[in-house]
Design a protein around this ligand. Structure first.
Ligand code: HBI
Ligand code: FE
Length: 301
């Protein structure tokens, strides 16, 4: 039984798909009518049902058991510190841990929010987390990020100082991308790093992206499968590379370290946007002669 999210009537879902994220066309699920101007809402923690807490524990326990050997050590350390396995977490509890570690706080939102609002939160070390949890029939795939994707996938790394600084810088770059009509390129960077990034460790490649670490199948696929390409992360290559939202990645980008990630992105994007706009985008399955290939896969179009 789904809990009644808010007393207000649900707004009619947008007819022409999703106004906040050009990459998806589904209607938004959350109740935006009760959100403040910055799109935040109070987390209705008391309304979560026992069944929803059990759903959280199922997803949490399944991922936690799977991650050793696949997740980056910094992610595993951040997850431990959050101690969020007993049920849907109170964001305020996580905020005590995050404020101490890196000054980040979590804010509850109805779901996807407009790019401008999203960038503004990140620029101020606030991470938007959808407050609702997926339905029982969506355990393995859902179109819009729920609290499990946002919290389990994104929050653990916010306690890593270098990655936390990267995320703030990503948000601060938002207005320039909007001004240059390049939010699609900045979204590619977010997709290939924050959602699906791999990192090199002495023990081999490890996943740190929220999209793979909150997915039981893509956690394994991204690190082990021979199908996808894996190439060293270079900022321009990622900004030019297209992605699909409803399938495993055909190409994963590998960072040397979070410090190297931060340095590679510590540049003036304005000139980049203008130059890269003149170049054709790169297909998700394409390999370039200039790529530093970590693994050449078998994927095709
Ligand atoms: N809104 N709540 C939420 N969470 C996201 O991850 C998110 C968003 N809005 C836009 C967005 N991501 C992407 O377009 C980013 O690349 C900006
Ligand atoms: Fe995400």
């Amino acid at each position: 039984m789904e809990h009644t999210a808010h007393p207000h009537a649900e707004p009619a879902p947008p007819k022409d798909g999703n106004p906040f994220d050009a990459n998806t066309t589904h209607a938004l699920r959350g109740d935006y009518a009760v959100a403040k101007a910055d799109y935040t809402v109070d987390q209705p923690w008391e309304t979560y049902t026992e069944e929803e807490h059990a759903r959280w524990r199922f997803l949490y326990d399944r991922q936690k058991a799977l991650l050793p050997g696949y997740a980056a050590p910094e992610f595993l350390a951040g997850l431990e510190a959050l101690n969020a396995g007993d049920g849907i977490p109170r964001l305020e509890d996580a905020n005590r841990v995050l404020r101490e570690a890196t000054g980040w706080t979590l804010v509850a939102v109805p779901g996807l929010i407009p790019d401008g609002a999203f960038f503004e939160h990140l620029a101020n070390r606030r991470f938007p987390v959808a407050w609702w949890i997926r339905r029982a029939d969506e355990l393995d795939y859902l179109v819009e990020p729920d609290i499990f994707h946002d919290f389990f996938g994104h929050v653990p790394l916010l306690s890593n100082p270098t990655f936390a600084a990267y995320m703030e810088k990503y948000g601060k770059g938002g207005p320039k991308a909007i001004a240059h009509g390049a939010t699609n390129m900045l979204a590619r960077l977010y997709w290939y790093i924050v959602e699906f990034g791999l990192i090199k460790t002495p023990e081999g490649l490890r996943a740190f992206g929220a999209g793979m670490l909150s997915s039981k199948d893509e956690t394994v696929y991204s690190v082990e499968s021979r199908e996808p390409h894996r190439v060293n992360f270079r900022l321009e290559r990622a900004l030019r590379t297209e992605y699909m939202v409803d399938d495993f990645q055909k190409t994963y980008f590998v960072v040397e370290s979070f410090e190297h990630l931060f340095e590679e992105c510590d540049r003036d994007f304005a000139g980049l946007y203008d130059r890269l706009k003149q170049l054709p985008s790169i297909k998700a399955h394409e390999l370039l002669a200039t790529d530093e290939v970590v693994h050449e896969g078998t994927v095709t179009a």
